[in-house]
Design a protein around this ligand. Structure first.
Ligand code: T4K
Length: 407
């Protein structure tokens, strides 16, 4: 990292030809990596045992660890959360329409479409960024077979109200808990809500298994069905009893997850310290704020969710993002532009697009900032001082960008 030369004039910005703040790209989503020695030892064990996949010892250890961590009776490790969602959707025999938020990673919607179902997009609450239960009932009709809310940013969504509505209409709820390992809502751990919850261990998640995920449920019957389905429907040698796919996690991925789970508390502490530093250093910058979890929620804080209100900052989120990228700070606008604006959904609903004003607004404001164990306190200082400089000079910069760059 070269020494920090703060920007003092608009021309110092890399987007206008000044020197870049970073020689190398600073990413959102850099993987946390626990003890390498421990991981290598486990990989050695795997080679010794010559058991690489299919319900190996480390997969079983991981499943037991997740049951302990979430307080849930059954945990089934899978190759990734997207396949995990697809398997749960099939295991519950869902058909027709399923209600999902549009403001989520596209995997939530795609898992349905991949299976021939139709995602019906619901708006979100502006404060929580999760499914707005007041819009839910209006979307339920005779074709609706389930609801898949998302615990976005690791924050538990409004489970109580969603499940009350679901029960009144006899609909199962599956939670996309990709971001929510270790999340608590008023002391209750995420993992046991609804029919099932699906967590991701993708490289970018604060606990990763390279690629991977886990399904949790308190239903023994559902757990049995899922276990069959992730292994082609095999109930024993030569005995296929149901439809299935290959959704299994392998032993190396399980070893990686177990290694990283050993550092769970350390990673959460780093995330919280980063978040607090961002909060302190961004305080008082007009139009810039950080998303705040709602009362009663505690999560891993794996995302630092910056919000840009351009009516107060004098510069748009997109301009700020372009300035950041020019400086080699690869901040992300998750989950822009919302699934309903992505294909195939945009074209499918071109004649009658869903009205999702809060989704559209929030998707135009969010800027995800780098955090995790790869980010140093000095990086946060640089990022925040860059944001302060950009907002202080917002009008001049916006005018120059409108002239010089396309957005
Ligand atoms: N539901 C929700 C709500 C989700 O957010 C996700 C996944 C899922 C379901 C599905 O879970 P999985 O099937 O993946 O288990 C990334 C991840 O690929 C995706 O898993 C994640 N959500 C999403 C939020 O983020 P992209 O398109 O942003 O990935 P990419 O390649 O741009 O990587 C993000 C950043 O991380 C980059 O700036 C580079 C950095 N990175 C990435 C990888 C893979 C690294 O530094 N090292 C790495 O190894 O989707």
């Amino acid at each position: 990292m070269k020494s920090f030369i703060p920007k003092t004039a608009v021309d110092d910005l890399a987007i206008f030809g000044g020197p870049k703040l970073y020689d190398e790209e600073l990413h959102v989503g850099r993987p946390n990596i626990g003890s390498r020695a421990r991981f290598y030892k486990m990989v050695d064990d795997i080679f010794e045992r010559k058991w690489l996949s299919n319900k190996g010892a480390y997969v079983q250890q991981l499943e037991a660890r997740i049951c302990q961590l979430t307080g849930v009776n059954h945990a089934i490790a899978v190759c990734n959360a997207t396949v995990g969602l697809e398997v749960v959707i099939r295991a519950l025999g869902l058909t027709g329409e399923v209600i999902v938020p549009s403001f989520t990673f596209v995997a939530t919607a795609h898992s349905l479409t991949w299976l021939g179902l139709t995602p019906v997009f619901c708006d979100i609450n502006q404060d929580t960024h999760t499914l707005d239960s007041t819009h839910l009932e209006g979307l339920i009709n005779a074709r609706t077979s389930a609801i898949i809310p998302v615990h976005l940013w690791g924050q538990c969504c409004e489970t109580g109200e969603i499940e009350r509505i679901a029960e009144a209409h006899n609909l199962p709820v599956i939670y996309d808990a990709a971001h929510a390992l270790g999340t608590k809502r008023f002391g209750t751990l995420v993992g046991g809500f609804g029919a099932a919850e699906v967590f991701s261990f993708h490289a970018t998640k604060f606990i990763n298994s390279f690629e991977g995920g886990v399904i949790t449920t308190n239903s023994e019957d559902l757990a049995k069905t899922i276990r069959l389905m992730i292994n082609f429907g095999f109930a024993g040698y030569d005995k296929v009893v149901s439809m299935g796919t290959n959704g299994k996690m392998n032993e190396v991925c399980a070893a990686m997850a177990l290694t990283n789970l050993e550092s769970f508390d350390e990673f959460v502490t780093i995330n919280r310290s980063n978040r607090d530093q961002y909060r302190r250093e961004l305080a008082g910058i007009p139009g810039i704020s950080l998303f705040v979890e709602s009362a009663g929620n505690t999560c891993s804080d794996q995302y630092v969710v910056g919000m840009v209100d351009s009516t107060k900052s004098g510069i748009s989120r997109n301009h700020i993002m372009n300035i950041f990228w020019a400086e080699n700070i690869l901040a992300r606008r998750y989950f822009y532009p919302g699934c309903h604006q992505m294909e195939p959904y945009r074209t499918q609903r071109a004649d009658n697009p869903p009205e999702l004003p809060v989704t559209d607004l929030v998707a135009s404001q969010v800027l995800i900032l780098p955090t995790g164990s790869s980010v140093q306190s000095e990086d946060i200082c640089r990022i925040c001082s860059l944001i302060r400089f950009v907002v202080e000079n917002g009008q001049a910069i916006s005018a120059m960008m409108s002239e010089n760059t396309t957005n």
